[in-house]
Design a protein around this ligand. Structure first.
Ligand code: BTN
Length: 333
């Protein structure tokens, strides 16, 4: 493609990368023009467009421009610029029914995977058991990662747990607090949920053909954006960190973390690491719980997971159940 026919977002990502590379420093107009293969006037046009999105560029006499502010709202150009070069494509939407559905639709059109769909808000966000995932466009991230993995179907549950554990590590580094994974798909800080994961797979002839890993992460939702009952049970990363967080920076870190973790999982590297991370982040360890599976409920003590990611539940009768799925409730006794 001739350089001038490059999509606007790609040009603006390339420009922002130059600014990010120098931090508080200056970048000359001539350098920017050379990087994107456009005239300085055209570059200035792109900087103006970015200013309308919330970026600010300060001209520095005879030296060029300095980036002095960036938007708080999601900016696809900025997220891409913050990602490592060569990261898989990112599709950004202000609003969508469900990012998992959008990723599935894009896979169905034959779009090459991996890629990620990120939305600022969802109108039909879904959780496990077909529940509604409340998805206001208010400081949260809604992400779905699409893969065409070579993965035996029995490893899909472990994939979700591995993602959750790696995300716990990332969220611990971001907040300085101690996130935990509540088997099988919730990320918590203490009793409050900060994120939910929803993995959906298309399995065919005993192979996982397509895998969509959905993640809803509360970054900085104001309490007023949640229904009353959720406000008491949910938390945000900003609240746990005790400071304002940059939504775009968090988005880029989450995207990089998920792609890197998925790559390691598909290469079959992490089995021993799963056990190690599980001990660090297991919210249920040793707790008295109930696990509902359809019309059945099992009671007992949580004893970690087995090699397939099934929950080990020690019953009062001394049996150890391996539960592949279910809904966990913590009991007080
Ligand atoms: C749960 O806790 O039950 C899982 C919630 C998963 C929500 C995410 S938000 C992004 C993706 N799109 C959806 O419709 N659901 C997942």
């Amino acid at each position: 493609m001739p350089r001038s026919a490059r999509p606007v977002a790609e040009i603006e990502t390339a420009l922002l990368r130059e600014f990010l590379a120098v931090g508080d420093g200056c970048v000359s107009g001539a350098h920017l023009a050379q990087v994107v293969g456009l005239s300085r006037v055209a570059v200035w046009g792109h900087l103006h467009r970015l200013e309308a999105e919330g970026f600010a560029f300060e001209p520095v006499h005879s030296r060029g421009y300095r980036l002095t502010a960036h938007p708080a709202a999601p900016s696809v150009a900025l997220i891409r610029a913050l990602l490592p070069a060569g990261a898989p494509p990112l599709v950004y939407l202000d609003s969508v029914d469900s990012t998992n559905d959008e990723a599935g639709r894009q896979l169905a059109t034959g779009r090459p995977a991996p890629f990620v769909v990120l939305a600022a808000g969802q109108t039909l966000g879904r959780g496990r058991f077909g529940r509604v995932w409340h998805s206001p466009a208010a400081g949260n991230l809604y992400l779905s990662f699409a893969f065409r993995p070579e993965l035996p179907p029995e490893r899909v549950s472990l994939f979700t747990l591995w993602m959750g554990l790696n995300l716990c590590e990332l969220l611990a580094a971001e907040t300085g607090a101690a996130p935990q994974l509540k088997w099988p798909n919730d990320l918590h800080f203490g009793p409050r949920k900060v994120a939910g994961m929803l993995t959906e797979a298309r399995i065919d002839a005993d192979q996982t053909r397509e895998l969509v890993f959905g993640l809803g992460l509360n970054v900085a939702t104001p309490d007023s954006a949640w229904p009353h009952d959720l406000a008491a049970r949910a938390t945000t990363l900003a609240r746990e960190a005790g400071r304002t967080l940059d939504l775009n920076a968090v988005a880029a870190k989450v995207v990089a973390c998920v792609f890197a973790s998925a790559e390691r999982f598909f290469a079959r590297l992490p089995d021993t690491e799963i056990a190690k991370l599980w001990r660090r982040h297991d919210l249920l360890a040793g707790k008295t719980i109930s696990v509902r599976q359809g019309s059945e409920t099992h009671n007992g003590t949580a004893r970690g997971i087995d090699g397939d990611g099934s929950l080990l539940l020690r019953t009062a009768a001394g049996r150890t159940l391996h539960l592949r799925a279910g809904e966990v409730t913590l009991r007080t006794s």
